[in-house]
Design a protein. Structure first.
Length: 255
């Protein structure tokens, strides 16, 4: 074997050693950077100094922070924001939430809350629901919300949809309440029966009709109520039929 043939294997081995040294050096540098980054991010430089809460109405900022369990002085990067979000979303009144880090030491909590929409009578209690029929809470008093009467409750667990035997009637009634949002009408109570609704404006003045007819005739109902108000009439029945038909009678059937 000549000298050139002997030199080639030795040269190849030297190149492999140099590559191994380079790989080892790169690995060492990466480990050092990772360790340095970890100690930097977990240092007091990134301790949480401020927690801000936005778009909250039902809960106070202090309550939101308490529910999240995010604390001043904890490390910004060691605090699990997803767990904080899950704790907040467990509250029925919180529909959606964003929990964001802001370097060097701020946490932002942005809420989307559910709004109280109606109350469902349940014995002496009231079940507060949102516009989707989700149960927010159960209270003993009668809140200043449209009261839905005549429903047989199956499930009223906060954070879950209200279940009643007349689910279709509940859905239609919520649509009727939504229709009043575009008018000046306000129904203090809606009594639900299998076929018709009685929507009370005053204790002794109510509209009666199917949910569909009441929704389609809401503008006419508003005009009739306005005329009755100007005449000082607060007692009677406004019957609403199809094709914008309506009639008024001063006789009230008590329920």
């Amino acid at each position: 074997m000549d000298e050139r043939q002997q030199e080639f294997p030795r040269s190849k081995r030297r190149k492999k050693k140099r590559k191994k040294k380079r790989y080892l050096l790169k690995f060492t540098i990466l480990v050092a950077l990772a360790v340095g980054t970890y100690y930097l991010l977990t240092s007091h430089l990134f301790d949480i100094q401020t927690i801000t809460v936005a778009d909250n109405s039902y809960f106070t900022s202090e309550q939101v922070i308490g529910i999240s369990e995010i604390r001043i002085g904890d490390n910004l990067f060691e605090t699990d924001m997803n767990e904080a979000k899950e704790r907040l979303l467990a509250e029925p009144y919180i529909k959606n939430v964003h929990v964001k880090r802001r370097i060097p030491g701020t946490v932002e909590i942005l809420l989307e809350e559910r709004t109280e929409y109606a109350a469902v009578a349940h014995g002496m209690d009231s079940i507060i629901i949102d516009s989707d029929g989700l149960v927010l809470r159960v209270v003993e008093e009668r809140p200043a919300l449209p009261l839905l009467a005549g429903l047989d409750t199956l499930n009223m667990t906060p954070g879950e949809p209200l279940e009643v035997t007349q689910n279709y009637s509940l859905t239609d009634t919520l649509k009727l309440i939504e229709a009043t949002k575009a008018s000046d009408l306000y129904f203090k109570m809606i009594r639900i029966s299998p076929v018709t609704l009685k929507a009370y404006i005053y204790d002794n003045l109510y509209c009666e009709g199917t949910p569909e007819n009441l929704i389609n005739g809401i503008e006419n109902v508003e005009q009739v109520v306005f005329d009755l108000y100007n005449r000082g009439i607060e007692r009677g029945v406004i019957k609403v039929g199809s094709d914008n038909y309506y009639s008024f009678s001063p006789d009230v059937t008590q329920n």
